[in-house]
Design a binder for this molecule. Structure first.
Ligand SMILES: Cc1cc2nc3c(=O)[nH]c(=O)nc-3n(C[C@H](O)[C@H](O)[C@H](O)COP(=O)(O)OP(=O)(O)OC[C@H]3O[C@@H](n4cnc5c(N)ncnc54)[C@H](O)[C@@H]3O)c2cc1C
Length: 475
């Protein structure tokens, strides 16, 4: 059993037992005598498996390297647990065929490793680790419906929860759980704004940017005779021209997870023929050829994620003590950029910093302000890409000149990946949040962009000269 190290308070309650809730609980266990997760679902007991409250968990999930590093710090040995459980280890430069809008990224041994596994195996392993802590309790079938407050409503003092006792019991009991701190980690469907309004506070303003993206995923058994020089394939969308994309990654149990995305009216469906057709229509047949004769291991699962939503808790003029929100509840993204779990992990790390440096009474306003800063870069990364989709909704103004310049520069870098491994490596580090975006402006990268521009303009000039000499000769 792992014991608590120091205590800031007696009891913290975490609403939601998915990635944001699990990681936050690990942090809180070092600062509170007791931490309770309240989760509306029941968790799988025998083996890793999907669950109802996490409908996205059957869809492809990429864990960015920064997120993996944080999780490894919080749960030492988690990476080896994942590998022991069958996660595939991929060298992102050598093992993955990446088709970007300018062609194929040049393959090279990059030393940049990623682990590939199903989302539910990660939750399962972390959940198992948390159960080793003597001061953590996980209450399943516990649906939070509101917040408790003190008499003058200046502080949240707990949560109101409807609990179902036995696994098959229909009997629901309403309970009140008092706590020094309540953390909302209940994801996109979080009702926290309503809970705040019910105790006399404003709901946070929201920014919502959507693209009507649809996801379809399916697991396949990797055929015994499969022989290619790649382990995974990523065919990137090229909006506004082409909004579909496809991914194939190996995961545990010798399976591929194959996903295809598209925006309305071309969202993928659960229909077998349509799923294969969507794969066949991608600009490269890699994925289609790999799976067309492979044995499916599951049905096709679809999911229509709601899109990017930012709740501006940091702008609230009044915030109650004893309550904070993080994870998808505050900031959720179009999933194709693979940022959600890592941003949840960054939120947990920030919470730790704040708990170390801030009195509990000051925590909510400091935490929400700093979380807003953490969310800025991934939010811009997701929404600036989504802005290229014809179906985008919620943009209040066209991209500004600096935003256009950043977009143009990013395109040049992506274009360079077709022949410059060094650029690809820096992009991996930035996309995986290991380095800040400032790394994209380092002299060696700038030099390559300028060199590419000069080469292109020289070759354009020389082809014009050739055209005019040939027209003189032919006269
Ligand atoms: C299709 C899809 C693909 C994705 N792919 C990726 C990817 O590749 N990489 C990546 O990093 N992220 C990805 N994400 C995002 C990722 O799943 C989330 O960011 C991540 O799970 C963290 O979210 P969360 O814990 O804040 O909320 P969620 O994962 O939504 O979990 C919320 C939890 O709260 C519980 N809950 C809700 N309401 C209550 C209540 N009132 N009382 C008690 N419990 C409650 C729910 O049952 C659930 O367990 C994807 C998302 C989708 C939709």
């Amino acid at each position: 059993m792992v014991q608590a190290s120091s205590t800031l308070g007696r009891h913290a309650v975490v609403v939601g037992g998915s990635m944001a809730g699990l990681l936050t609980t690990r942090i809180l266990s070092g600062y509170f005598e007791q931490v309770t997760i309240l989760e509306r679902d029941r968790f799988p007991t025998e083996a890793p498996a999907p669950r109802k409250g996490l409908p996205q968990c059957t869809q492809l999930h990429i864990l960015l390297t920064r997120g993996r590093q944080i999780m490894e710090d919080l749960f030492p040995g988690l990476e080896s647990d994942l590998i022991d459980a069958g996660a595939a280890v991929l060298d992102m430069g050598a093992d993955v065929e990446w088709m970007n809008p300018f062609g194929w990224t040049a393959r090279f041994p990059s030393g940049f490793k990623a682990l590939s596994f199903s989302r539910y195996i990660l939750d399962w392993l972390i959940h198992r680790r948390l159960s080793e802590f003597s001061n953590i309790q996980i209450l399943e079938a516990s649906y939070v419906t509101g917040l408790l407050t003190n008499s003058d409503k200046t502080a949240v003092t707990g949560a109101i929860v409807r609990r179902r006792e036995g696994e098959h019991s229909e009997q629901v009991q309403q309970e009140e759980l008092s706590a020094d701190l309540v953390i909302d980690a209940s994801g996109y469907s979080s009702q926290a704004p309503k809970w705040l309004k019910a105790i006399g506070y404003d709901a946070p303003e929201e920014t919502v940017i959507t693209t009507s993206m649809g996801y379809a995923s399916r697991l396949y058994e990797i055929p015994a005779d499969f022989q290619e020089d790649w382990k995974g394939v990523y065919i990137q969308a090229d909006p506004p021209k082409r909004t579909s994309m496809g991914v194939l990654y190996p995961i545990e149990n010798n399976r591929w997870i194959v996903g295809v995305c598209g925006t309305a009216p071309n969202r993928p469906s659960t229909n077998e023929a349509e799923f294969l057709e969507a794969l066949r229509n991608l600009p490269s047949p890699h994925i289609y050829n790999a799976v067309k004769d492979a044995k499916p291991a599951t049905a096709i699962g679809i999911y229509h994620p709601p899109g990017n939503r930012l709740r501006h808790y940091e702008r609230l003029s009044r915030q109650p003590q004893g309550f904070i929100a993080l994870g998808d509840s505050v900031c959720s993204f179009t999933p194709i950029y693979g940022q959600g779990m890592t941003v949840a992990a960054l939120g947990a790390v920030l919470l730790q910093q704040c708990l170390q440096e801030t009195a509990l009474t000051e925590l909510p306003s400091r935490f929400q302000k700093e979380l807003a800063r953490v969310n800025v870069t991934p939010w811009i990364a997701a929404t600036s890409q989504d802005a290229k989709y014809p179906s985008v909704k919620g943009l209040t103004q066209p991209p500004s000149l600096p935003e256009k310049a950043i977009g143009w520069y990013m395109d040049r870098l992506i274009q360079l990946t077709t022949k410059e491994p060094q650029v690809t490596l820096v992009l991996f580090n930035v996309f995986h949040m290991v380095q800040s975006s400032g790394a994209l402006l380092q002299p060696s990268i700038l030099f390559r962009v300028i060199q590419q521009l000069l080469t292109r303009s020289l070759s354009r000039k020389s082809s014009k000269i050739q055209v005019s000499t040939s027209s003189i000769t032919s006269r």
